[in-house]
Design a protein around this ligand. Structure first.
Ligand SMILES: *[C@@H]1O[C@H](CO)[C@@H](O)[C@H](O)[C@H]1NC(C)=O
Ligand SMILES: *[C@@H]1O[C@H](CO)[C@@H](O)[C@H](O)[C@H]1NC(C)=O
Ligand SMILES: *[C@@H]1O[C@H](CO)[C@@H](O)[C@H](O)[C@H]1NC(C)=O
Ligand SMILES: *[C@@H]1O[C@H](CO)[C@@H](O)[C@H](O)[C@H]1NC(C)=O
Length: 890
């Protein structure tokens, strides 16, 4: 069953996804997938494939259709995802394929949109996911060593990989069954680790390849970053740039499994951004130099809900600066610029697949062309005819980071901006240059408030205000006991390994012991001006030290040394150490040995009779928080805790639970909790764990203005210096009801819950700036338009395109000038040349619509406002919800 429109699918989704999707037996006519040295071959045809990375558990199933639809509209042919073992088998032998872990539903949805799927089983996935996607119980299998020639590990890995392949086959999801799966992946970036494991690593790679192939899935497998991937498994490239990558055999195509279009960040880190111009450059260079499959990692990053973020210290948002933002809104101009790029590449596809390899032409010291055509020379054609051949496409690159270049190509001259690629689907007309962004820019409300336009009436304004919901003014609270709180405590001599005790069912492990300080000790400290201290050789991720119930110090870091001064009173003192994880290690060799908590010596210094070896003492342990154990975040269970009303004057307080009820904001816009007033902890809405929060501030320095030119790295183009890394936390609409939503917060370090607010995320303004000399709208062209040089791009006018998010319309044009406008979005101004009717022309075309386009030509603006000068149209438009404001009748 195929869905003809997205609307039909959405209706279907809301009515009953089960009946809609599961009645579908196939999505495609069955087809085989093979490959040759040039490309993946689908049903006998080489294809140039654009793939969009979306990890299903980083969104809710309710978000999936829109994400997939936006990927398809953006030009994706393929959706790529990892499979998350830790989510599917939380307890050994007990599987979970429900809710956001419903892999089968996700794959079927992808198929229902007519897209293919690349399933990366791993089952090690890294992915900035807790423990790299391994279930934590795996480390308790006797004798296990991960990702090497180790029988217990191989047995578990094989069992899970087989489980997934069998499930996909049973559900008829492979291409040869009419399903969307065209490709699989075994292991993940093992090439980075292999040498650490010596000969056993090499054996393991061979075993993993053989094991995967023996599952007989009937589609190609890839191994990424694996130069010794055994045939017929394809080795693939991951990185910021993969042009020039060559697979390990001539018979394999050049695949780019992870194009890092942004980056992740840590608590206290800056926010990374990869410029759209550089990203497009990297993609164009890849296809220019013979690449044939490219996946954006990520196209939608989403959210690390619950305790799924890896690390240590990766934040809850996994926005990744992806073309679709964490909330499912388009990130412009990235999404639109890539959409244009994909359209340009698709115009070249017939030539790209027809040629076995490109012809390289040096155009200058840092300028080069690659030409794709069918055996031109053997057909006896000469260069003056190249431009008129439909089966000729070319990429012209200027890899000079600083200067534009004028190059001559097949007798015509071309200006190439620095660090850019021009795409010529007919070897003559440029339809796209990676450094010239024609796509709109969208400005999202930074404070999540709706636009406050002076042009709105009081009634309209109050309608908007009512959407900015703040949490009710009434909060309840209950203290979390410090130290041992329940019957399930136990006492042993010595310090236990953190994960051995918690099994990662919680971040928290309490350790308590008793320290006797004699009068002699006290006077020794006073007389010698000595302060005793706790010394730990190595610790991760967070340690909190309590003496007699008082928080005395906190340390955080990954395997850092601890020297924490402490003060004792005469007699017995309760010493409590709270060890915490903030996302388990997800990258590196020997993950099974990494663990958490304390390592090496742990002692008390400064005592008169010498250091006290704390590892020789008797310790009482308690796993987790009492509130976690009681599930006081749960809708039903929370009433069992002894909540009391919270008075505004007693905050902030450490190790405290808070709860309140709140109404959902009206409408369908994505919802966020603003936790900027809080310290560190975790939050739940209606029992759904929305993730860890931490108001840790990024360094003041290091956010320079962004220049797209030159090689990208994750410290380039960062923002948010001097501000908390994350204050907004996505609460999926699917987890909310209209009113009475239970919000429970566990706060460790103290914060003000009265300032927590619920906000909505929306695109408030969209801007576009296009010149007369820009390229015409590619989506109006097809490859056949170029046959025999019928078309000249010069004959077509470029267009300005504006579009608000779904459910929004353009309420007003804030600025429009056809002429020589200056400035940038939200700061445009008129230049010397200005067509007086600019505003009225654009307003007439756009106001009241969700999207609009206007040609960039003198005719449209009532004549040439300044002869002989290249004119530009700059527009800024406001977007408002179509339903609330009453513009829908327009
Ligand atoms: C796919 O390949 C298999 C094995 O060569 C063949 O039996 C089958 O008919 C092919 N299916 C299609 C749809 O081409
Ligand atoms: C190229 O071929 C065309 C058609 O055969 C011919 O008219 C033209 O003179 C040739 N040009 C060159 C430079 O050889
Ligand atoms: C710790 O466990 C013991 C043995 O089960 C129990 O008697 C004691 O009450 C527990 N401590 C607390 C504070 O609950
Ligand atoms: C964790 O437990 C395992 C098995 O119970 C044991 O072999 C290992 O030594 C423990 N790790 C540490 C660091 O104590």
């Amino acid at each position: 069953m195929m869905f003809s429109s997205r609307r039909a699918l959405l209706q279907c989704f809301t009515v009953s996804l089960i009946t809609c999707i599961s009645s579908a037996s196939t999505f495609f006519n069955p087809f085989n997938v093979t490959y040759d040295h040039r490309a993946i071959i689908i049903d006998g045809n080489r294809r140039m494939l654009i793939s969009a990375g979306i990890h299903y558990p980083r969104a809710t199933p309710q978000m999936w259709p829109d994400l997939i639809a936006k990927s398809k509209e953006g030009g994706a042919d393929v959706i790529q995802t990892y499979v998350f073992w830790s989510e599917h088998e939380p307890v050994r032998g007990q599987y979970n394929f429900e809710g956001k872990n419903d892999l089968v539903k996700f794959v079927k949805l992808v198929g229902s949109y007519g897209l293919y799927l690349h399933l990366r089983i791993g089952p090690y996935v890294c992915a900035e996911w807790n423990f790299g996607g391994f279930p934590v119980w795996l480390r308790d299998i006797p004798g296990i060593e991960f990702r090497t020639d180790n029988a217990p590990f191989k047995e578990e890995m094989q069992r899970f990989v087989k489980k997934i392949v069998d499930l996909m086959r049973e559900e008829m999801l492979f291409s040869w069954q009419g399903g969307p799966i065209i490709m699989l992946q075994i292991e993940n970036e093992y090439g980075n680790m292999e040498s650490t494991y010596g000969q056993r690593g090499k054996e393991y790679v061979k075993w993993a390849a053989r094991m995967a192939l023996e599952l007989d899935a009937g589609v190609p497998w890839v191994m990424c970053k694996q130069t010794d991937a055994p045939d017929p498994i394809i080795d693939a490239c991951n990185g910021y740039y993969c042009d020039g990558y060559k697979p390990n055999s001539y018979n394999k195509p050049t695949l780019w499994t992870e194009n890092w279009d942004g980056w992740y960040t840590t608590w206290g880190g800056r926010l990374p951004h990869r410029p759209a111009e550089d990203l497009a450059f990297a993609v164009a260079r890849f296809f220019q130099r013979g690449g044939s499959f490219m996946n954006y990692y990520m196209y939608f990053g989403g959210t690390n809900f619950g305790r799924t973020s890896g690390g240590p210290f990766y934040i809850t948002s996994y926005d990744y600066d992806a073309p679709i933002d964490e909330y499912g809104l388009l990130s412009e101009p990235k999404w639109g610029h890539l959409k244009d790029l994909h359209a340009a590449i698709k115009l070249c596809e017939p030539a790209l697949v027809a040629a076995d390899s490109p012809q390289y032409i040096r155009l200058g010291p840092k300028q080069e062309a690659h030409v794709y055509r069918v055996n031109v020379l053997s057909e006896g054609l000469n260069s003056s005819q190249y431009g008129s051949q439909s089966s000729c496409s070319a990429f012209l690159a200027n890899i000079d980071e600083h200067r534009a270049a004028s190059v001559s190509f097949f007798g015509q001259s071309y200006i190439l901006p620095p660090w850019s690629v021009s795409i010529l689907p007919d070897c003559r007309n440029t339809v796209f240059n990676t450094a010239k962004v024609g796509a709109q820019i969208s400005i999202k409300t930074v404070d999540f408030a709706l636009p406050l336009s002076p042009k709105l009436s009081v009634a309209q304004q109050s309608m908007i205000d009512s959407k900015i919901s703040s949490i009710s003014k009434s909060w309840m609270t209950v203290k979390e006991p410090i130290g041992i709180w329940g019957e399930n405590n136990f006492t042993v001599q010595g310090i236990l390994e953190h994960l051995n005790v918690t099994k990662d069912h919680t971040d928290y492990l309490w350790h308590m012991t008793r320290i006797y300080a004699s009068e002699n000790d006290i006077s020794f400290w006073e007389e010698n001006n000595v302060t005793p201290a706790i010394m730990i050789d190595s610790m991760r991720d967070v340690l909190r030290v309590f003496i007699n119930g008082q928080l005395t110090g906190s340390v955080s870091g990954r395997w850092v040394k601890v020297v924490q001064p402490v003060k004792f009173v005469p007699g017995d003192n309760d010493l409590v150490l709270l060890s915490q994880t903030v996302g388990l290690q997800n990258y590196g060799a020997f993950l099974e040995k990494d663990g958490a908590g304390f390592r090496g010596q742990i002692k008390l210094t400064g005592f008169k009779n010498g250091d006290v070896d704390l590892s020789k003492l008797s310790w009482t342990y308690q796993v987790g928080l009492k509130g976690e154990f009681q599930k006081i975040y749960d809708i039903k269970e929370n009433i069992k805790a002894e909540w009391t009303d919270l008075m505004p004057d007693v905050i902030p307080s450490t190790f405290t639970w808070y709860k309140t009820y709140f109404d959902a904001p009206d409408g369908l816009d994505p919802v966020a909790l603003d936790l900027g007033s809080m310290g560190k902890g975790q939050a739940w809405v209606n029992g759904h764990h929305i993730g860890r929060y931490w108001t840790k501030v990024a360094p003041k320095e290091g956010c320079q203005t962004c220049d797209y030119r030159g090689a990208y790295h994750s410290d380039k183009c960062t923002t948010n210096c001097g501000k908390p890394t994350q204050i907004w936390y996505h609460v999926p609409r699917a987890w909310l009801q209209a009113s009475n939503n239970l919000l429970v917060i566990f706060e460790e370090t103290g914060g003000n819950p009265f300032e927590i607010s619920v906000k909505i995320r929306s695109t408030q303004s969209v801007c576009a700036q296009i010149s007369e000399s820009h390229y015409p709208p590619l989506w109006k062209l097809s490859h056949s338009d170029f046959v025999d040089g019928k078309i000249s791009v010069d004959d077509m006018a470029p267009e300005m395109q504006l579009r608000c998010e779904d459910g929004y319309i353009i309420s007003s044009i804030e600025f429009a000038s056809y002429g020589t406008p200056q400035g940038s979005c939200q700061a445009f101004s008129r230049g010397n040349c200005h067509a007086p009717n600019s505003l009225s022309v654009v307003s007439k075309t756009c106001v009241g619509r969700n999207s609009c386009s206007a040609g960039i030509s003198n005719a449209i603006f009532g004549g040439d406002p300044c002869r002989g000068i290249v004119k530009t149209l700059a527009v800024e438009a406001r977007c408002i919800p179509s339903s609330n404001i009453g513009f829908s009748q327009l």
